[in-house]
Design a protein around this ligand. Structure first.
Ligand code: 5CA
Ligand code: ZN
Length: 424
C-alpha cells in the first residue's frame, strides 16, 4: 500500500544518546539501541473513521522514537499496518450504506494527509491487512500442521458459504509464553477480552481466551482463498504477526501502539508469532502510548467522542500547533484534550517563531545553544520526555528574544528531534 511522504530530518552535529524507553513486558525502562539498524513495528489504523488526536498522539510517539534513533546514528526500518478488513469496518460500512473498500480507501487517504501535515515520519512498508492475507494463510496452515491450533465446524445454518467449513483457533494451553507481554492475570484478561474484539462465548472453544486465527467464509462477508483452510479471512492479531515477521524479521526491536492494544492484541500477536516462528520471534520491547481522552472518556471511534486532526486543520489550526499540543504531554501519562491544550500550544508556537525570526546565519553557535540542543537530546532519549524537551526550548526562546539574535542551531534541533518546522 502507498505510504505517505516523510519530512526530511536534518543531521545535527555530534551524536545523540541511546534511547531508553518503558517496556510493558518487563515493566521497566530498557535501553533499545541495536548495533546498526533499529526495527520498529507500529499498529496502524482501522480505517472506518478519521484520525483523531489519540491516534495522532500514538503515531507521534513512535515518530519521536525514530528521531532519537536517527540522531544516535542508527538506520531505522519502520513498518506499519492498516487493518483494512475487520469487523468494525464492515459494521460501519453497513450502517452508512457504503462499500467497505470505499470507506477504507477514503479514510486511509485522509490519514495519509493528516500524517503528512503533522510531519510524522512515514513507514518504509505500509501494509494493508488484505495484502497480507496470503502470508496469513501460510502462517495459519503451519500452526495447524504443528498441532497448536484446532478447528470448530461452521454449519450452513450459521451462514457458512462452503460445505465442511471451519473456523481455526490457537490453543493457548500449548503456548508457554502466553501472558508475557501484558503480565495480566486471567481475570484482567477476561474483563476486556469481549469488548476488544474477542469471542469468549463462542461454543466449542477449548479456552474462552483462545484467539481466532481464521474465520470461515459466511454469507454476505468478504472472503479470500485459504488453501487448505477453505475460503475465509484472517483473525485480527495474526495480521500484525505476519506483517511484522515478513517485513522486519524475527526479534525486531519495538512493537508499538496505544495502551488499549496491550491485551489482547499485542499479547496475541506475540503468542501467534511464537506459534508460527518459534519462541522469542516477536518484539524485544513493547512500548505503549497512554490513552488520550475527551469529555470524560477514552477518545474512540466506537464512542464517537472525537476531536479530529482534519477538523482542527480545516478550522485553520496550524498543524505544528497540533503537534506542539501533543508534544506537551508525556506518552505514558493519560490525559484529556481541552481547548486549553490548543491555546497553550498556539502561544508556544508564536514565541518559538518569534525567536526563530531572529536567526543570524553568520552567528557562531553559542554555549547556551549547544546546551539547549544537548538538553533536548537527553530529555527525548530518556523515555521520550517531550515536555522536558519543550521546556528547554522555551528557555532558549525567552533568552533569544531578550538577546535579539540566534544561530540556526536550536531551530535545526527542534526540526530534527521534535519534528517541528519553525521556518515553514
Ligand atoms: N488497527 C488496529 C491496530 S492493528 C487499531 O487499533 N486501530 S485503531 O484505529 O483503533 O487505532 C490506531 C492506533 O491508535 C492504535 O495504535 C491504538 O492503540 C491507538 N489509539 C486509539 N485510540 C487512542 C486514544 N484515545 N489515545 C491514544 N491512542 C489511541
Ligand atoms: Zn496491530
Amino acid at each position: 500500500m502507498k505510504s505517505w511522504s516523510s519530512p526530511s530530518v536534518p543531521r545535527l552535529s555530534g551524536s545523540g544518546e541511546p534511547l531508553t524507553v518503558h517496556d510493558t513486558a518487563s515493566g521497566g525502562l530498557r535501553t533499545v539501541h541495536p548495533a546498526e539498524q533499529a526495527r520498529l513495528y507500529v499498529c496502524g489504523i482501522t480505517p472506518y473513521d478519521a484520525t483523531h488526536l489519540g491516534h495522532a498522539a500514538t503515531y507521534l510517539t513512535f515518530d519521536l522514537v525514530q528521531r532519537v534513533w536517527l540522531d544516535a546514528g542508527l538506520e531505522v526500518r519502520y513498518v506499519q499496518n492498516v487493518t483494512d478488513i475487520d469487523e468494525p469496518l464492515l459494521e460501519r460500512a453497513q450502517r452508512d450504506g457504503v462499500h467497505w473498500e470505499d470507506l477504507a480507501e477514503g479514510e486511509i487517504d485522509l490519514f495519509r494527509e493528516d500524517m503528512e501535515a503533522l510531519r510524522i515520519l512515514a513507514p518504509d512498508h505500509y501494509v494493508g491487512a488484505v495484502e497480507g492475507i496470503p502470508d496469513d494463510v501460510h502462517a495459519v496452515q503451519k500452526v495447524v500442521a504443528s498441532g497448536a491450533a484446532y478447528r470448530i465446524p461452521v454449519s450452513q445454518e450459521e451462514g457458512a458459504v462452503e460445505t465442511d467449513a471451519h473456523d481455526v483457533y490457537l490453543d493457548l494451553s500449548l503456548q508457554p509464553s502466553f501472558g508475557e507481554v501484558s503480565g495480566w492475570t486471567r481475570e484482567q484478561m477476561m474483563e476486556v477480552f469481549a469488548e476488544r474484539g474477542g469471542d469468549p462465548d463462542r461454543e466449542g472453544k477449548r479456552d474462552p481466551l483462545d484467539p481466532l486465527l481464521w474465520r470461515a467464509a459466511r454469507e454476505g462477508e468478504p472472503h479470500w482463498p485459504g488453501e487448505s483452510l477453505g475460503e475465509g479471512r484472517p483473525g485480527w492479531h495474526i495480521e500484525c504477526s505476519t506483517i511484522a515477521l515478513q517485513h522486519l524479521g524475527p526479534g525486531f526491536d519495538i512493537q508499538g501502539g496505544g495502551s488499549d492494544l496491550i491485551f489482547p492484541h499485542h499479547e496475541m500477536s506475540a503468542v501467534e508469532a511464537a506459534a508460527v516462528a518459534g519462541p522469542d520471534s516477536f518484539a524485544r520491547a513493547y512500548v505503549h502510548q497512554a490513552m488520550v481522552g475527551y469529555e470524560g472518556e477514552k477518545m474512540s471511534k466506537s464512542k464517537g467522542n472525537l476531536v479530529l486532526v482534519s477538523t482542527l486543520r480545516r478550522e485553520g489550526v496550524h498543524p505544528m500547533v497540533i503537534r506542539l499540543a501533543l508534544l506537551a504531554r508525556h506518552y505514558r501519562t493519560p490525559w484529556e484534550w481541552t481547548d486549553a491544550d490548543l491555546a497553550g500550544a498556539q502561544q508556544r508556537w508564536e514565541t518559538w517563531r518569534a525567536a526563530t525570526a531572529l536567526i543570524d546565519d553568520a552567528l557562531e553557535v553559542g554555549e547556551r545553544e549547544t546546551r539547549t540542543v544537548q538538553e533536548v537530546r537527553a530529555r527525548l532519549a530518556q523515555d521520550l520526555d517531550a515536555p522536558g524537551a519543550l521546556a528547554a526550548v522555551d528557555a532558549w526562546a525567552s533568552e533569544a528574544v531578550r538577546v535579539g539574535s540566534v544561530s540556526p542551531a536550536v531551530p535545526a534541533a527542534v526540526d530534527a528531534l521534535l519534528g517541528v518546522d519553525l521556518a515553514g
